[in-house]
Design a protein around this ligand. Structure first.
Ligand code: GN1
Ligand code: MG
Length: 362
């Protein structure tokens, strides 16, 4: 607490800090809620940036600043009110920098959004709203003037993720490859088809756009009336295929079980959530989407459970060096749950296509 206060003293805060407590359950950064006095003074979120994952903190924070400033201007132009709750606000340091480096760690401060909450599961009504919000997020960023950097190069590049898996298997540093052979075989069978996005991109048929790239359902804030306020967790906002945002939302929200469910019977692809999100997403995003993009939305819904399964399994084989784990086989349990979700999404492919055609009136 004392150290955190020292860190906060470098930022241009209003009010005096009276409480700092851990916030949220992200797998990557550490976050704290910072309460200040007097009560009218804003509260903040202090975050320690995981710079082993986001190695270029300068680029990360520049992207963050550009994206939030661009969205803020769009909201102002639309005449929106209460804008501080509808887009994240970075608080600079006293020497006008976007982060503070204490010699060991990188820190940033954001304005805390009051009376907002996120959910780990959503009903169709919320999914519809989230679809509209993520489509709108992409639409607002479609004309951002500067080129954004890739904060994690090849983040959602399926060919690259498979290559990482192959390297892990070849090295087998934790001696775990033997026990996961059947999973590896199942992943190999699908590898070619799952790399379709990279092929389409190379053929010039699929653009990269500014995407959120971590559209987990809990990265969306709702107000007390259940209306979407804003999208949070902007570290991975970067150029990608729109499949990233569509697919990762489905992966997390359209799963009837948990991301790390041990009971695979609970894990299934929920078509009601798919329909609700897709309807909202197409309403705000169809103005800029191409046919190749819309035709491949069912593929995106399978790509992300697959990619996440590959990433979890790679980390398991590497001896759990990337994701925070709660018990030794956690990454393997996560892998199996994502694989089950993939199989369920694959089975729903024709129904997904039919629904998209219906939405687009074709
Ligand atoms: C990580 O930290 P969190 O939970 O928002 C990861 C995502 C994964 C997700 C899996 C930078 O996100 O890509 O989909 O875990 N973020 C990074 O739960 O790797
Ligand atoms: Mg998150």
């Amino acid at each position: 607490m004392k150290d955190l206060i020292e860190i906060l003293s470098h930022f241009a805060l209003v009010g005096e800090v009276i409480e700092i407590k851990p916030l949220g359950a992200g797998l990557i950064n550490d976050s704290y809620k910072v309460t200040t006095t007097p009560p009218e003074a804003p509260d903040y979120v202090l975050q320690r940036i995981n710079h082993t994952i986001f190695t270029d903190v300068e680029m990360l924070q520049n992207n963050f600043y550009r994206v939030t400033t661009h969205i803020r201007h769009k909201l102002e132009a639309r005449g929106e009110t209460d804008i501080d709750r509808k887009v994240l606000t970075l608080i600079p340091t006293k020497d006008h920098k976007l982060y503070y480096f204490d010699g060991e760690n990188y820190w940033r401060v954001l304005l805390f959004i009051h009376h907002a909450r996120s959910y780990d599961t959503v009903n169709p009504q919320y999914a519809y709203q989230a679809g509209r919000a993520f489509g709108d997020f992409q639409a607002m960023l479609a004309d951002i003037p500067e080129e954004l950097g890739e904060t994690i190069p090849d983040f959602h590049n399926m060919e690259f993720r498979l290559q990482q898996l192959h390297e892990a298997v070849a090295a087998d540093p934790a001696g775990r490859v033997g026990e996961v052979r059947p999973l590896l075989d199942a992943f190999e069978q699908r590898a070619h088809d799952m790399c379709r996005a990279e092929r389409l991109h190379r053929e010039g048929k699929l653009p990269k756009r500014i995407c959120h790239c971590d559209t987990k359902v809990n990265n969306m804030m709702f107000d007390e009336q259940g209306r979407v306020l804003c999208v949070v967790d902007l570290d991975t906002v970067m150029p990608s295929y729109i499949f990233s945002d569509f697919g990762d939302f489905m992966r997390t929200a359209a799963n009837t079980g948990e991301e790390d469910d041990r009971n695979l019977d609970r894990v299934n692809f929920d078509m009601e959530i798919f329909k609700a999100f897709t309807k909202g997403y197409l309403e705000t995003a169809r103005v800029f989407l191409t046919d190749v993009e819309t035709d491949n939305l069912p593929y995106a819904a399978t790509l992300f459970p697959y990619m996440q399964a590959v990433r979890f399994l790679t980390d398991y084989i590497n001896g759990d060096t990337y994701y925070k784990i709660n018990y030794p086989e956690h990454n393997l349990v996560r892998t199996r749950a994502q694989f089950k979700l993939l199989q369920s999404a694959e089975a729903a492919g024709p129904a997904m296509k039919a629904y998209i055609d219906e939405c687009l009136g074709r």
